[in-house]
Design a protein. Structure first.
Length: 474
């Protein structure tokens, strides 16, 4: 499978580039300058952040046209300007907004289903390795957001204003840069948060104005780029101590680490217009001339190439084995962001079994509550995702609930959803079990206002398939 990159350019277009053959395959006009591109797992759509008008645009990748624009609205008098977007296998897109909120978008309908308050001054949002949580830097804290319940489930105060952060591969620790104000009061600390203890357990002194924090894939070291002091701090995770300080040069502001064990760390220098390759075994820096200001960097999924977008009209491709320039691709404009098409084959993607239980009309003996039962005898824990669509007049439907939870192997879970006042509803359930069948049994039934079972709205445990609605008005 070729390595394909989507590159945001500052002339209101996106370039699609084959970085194996070094060819621009297509240039898509989008009508604005996007600061983030997120691709759906099925590669049908891309979600584009538009920070300037507080919307997310949906790009159909087959037709290469914008097919929807999703307004994110206003929270506490501030526009919800999207900063980052993540799309998960649960069918939801999550936008971290500068205003201090997270917008939750249903990618099936391209509608905003919820806006979750987080806290002021969101600096960054990072996904945990298991995909169950986001860790969000905001003001003097890190918020822990569950992608199962789609809400904040924990809050970790830290000693300073959070900047960039990194999550350890085991998900147990979060390292948070505290950069301070570069001009007035620069800082030189990294806070360490123990997720299990729900508290800050260490404060590590690094270089001045730490702006980028990353952890290698084996979880042994943290690398911290320090803007004002022009160096790279290397933290040993077991001891939480700095074991090396490597000179980089003037104004380093970004880095990417190779996916092996982190054998190379590539650090961007703003002022000289170059990349510095750091051998993480010998701590030896090597300058890679670029000839332009680097704006973003990414390493191909196989680790063989470093791709650098620039403030000039080209993107550069380096060989990570030899640290030499392979080519510079003319894009015709400055570029600011890059993301790769996922390399996983369908057999490597999470397998989801999905079913829909519907009740198209619900008059007279309307259920007041929907009860969902899930039993799991699958050898692994099962993630269950539920969406309930309801209508108060049988014509206009809205998303009443989006919920998710984990049922451990051998476990049983019951969830109740109030739907009183609606004349119709539809329950959509998906599970991470490869086969519902006898492994994850799901049953759905309605309960009236007196707590009695509504027999016509009872669906016994079975493999979920589309079930015709029951007309209670007939």
């Amino acid at each position: 499978m070729p390595t394909i990159a989507y590159v945001a350019k500052d002339n209101e277009t996106i370039a699609i580039v084959n970085v194996d053959s070094n060819v621009v395959l297509s240039t898509i006009p989008i009508g604005f300058n996007t600061n983030w591109i997120a691709l759906t797992p099925d590669l049908q759509k891309a979600y584009l952040a538009n920070q300037f008008n507080s919307t997310v645009s949906v790009l159909d990748l087959a037709s290469e046209t914008i097919v929807a624009v999703i307004p994110l609205g206003v929270s506490n008098g501030k526009s919800n300007q999207p900063k980052q977007i993540f799309i998960l296998p649960n069918g939801l897109a999550y936008s971290a907004n500068i205003s201090g909120t997270v917008s939750v978008i249903d990618t099936a309908t391209d509608t905003l289903v919820n806006t979750v308050p987080i806290g002021p001054n969101i600096s960054v949002m990072k996904l945990s390795p298991n995909g169950n949580f986001f860790f969000i830097g905001n003001d003097s804290a890190v918020s822990m957001f569950s992608t199962i319940t789609n809400g904040v489930i924990n809050f970790f105060p830290i000693d300073g204003i959070a900047g960039d952060l990194a999550v350890s591969p085991d998900g147990n620790s979060v390292y948070v840069a505290i950069p301070g104000n570069m001009i007035i009061n620069p800082n030189n600390k990294v806070a360490v948060v123990d997720v299990g203890l729900s508290s800050q357990i260490a404060m590590i002194t690094v270089g001045t104005t730490p702006v980028k924090v990353d952890i290698n894939s084996i979880g042994s070291r943290v690398y911290v780029v320090n803007l004002s002091s022009g160096d790279l701090s290397v933290i040993d995770i077991p001891s939480n101590t700095v074991i090396a300080t490597i000179p980089i040069g003037e104004n380093p502001n970004n880095q990417v680490i190779t996916p092996d064990f982190g054998s190379q760390d590539y650090v961007a220098n703003l002022s000289p217009g170059r990349i510095v390759a750091v051998n993480t075994t010998t701590f030896t820096p090597t300058n890679l001339p670029l000839g332009a200001v680097p704006t973003s960097m990414a390493i191909t999924p196989d680790g063989s190439k470093l791709i650098t977008t620039t403030a000039s009209d080209f993107m550069a491709i380096f060989n990570t084995q030899t640290n030499t320039l392979i080519t510079a691709i003319d894009l015709g404009a400055a570029s600011t962001f890059i993301t790769f098409v996922p390399q996983s084959s369908p057999s490597q993607m999470p397998a989801y079994s999905t079913g829909v239980v519907t009740n198209t009309r619900d008059f007279g003996t309307a259920a007041s509550n929907i009860v969902l039962n899930v039993s799991n005898i699958d050898p692994a824990d099962t993630t269950v995702l539920v969406k309930i669509i309801a209508s108060v007049d049988s014509d206009v439907f809205y998303v009443a609930y989006v919920d998710g939870f984990v049922v451990p192997t051998g476990g049983y879970e019951v969830r109740t959803f109030m739907i009183a006042g609606n004349v119709a509803y539809e329950v959509q359930v998906s599970t991470s079990s490869e086969s519902l069948g006898p492994n994850a049994l799901v049953s759905v039934y309605g309960i009236d206002e007196f707590g009695n079972l509504v027999n016509s709205q009872r669906f016994a445990p079975e493999e979920l398939t589309s079930i015709p609605g029951v007309d209670l008005g007939a």
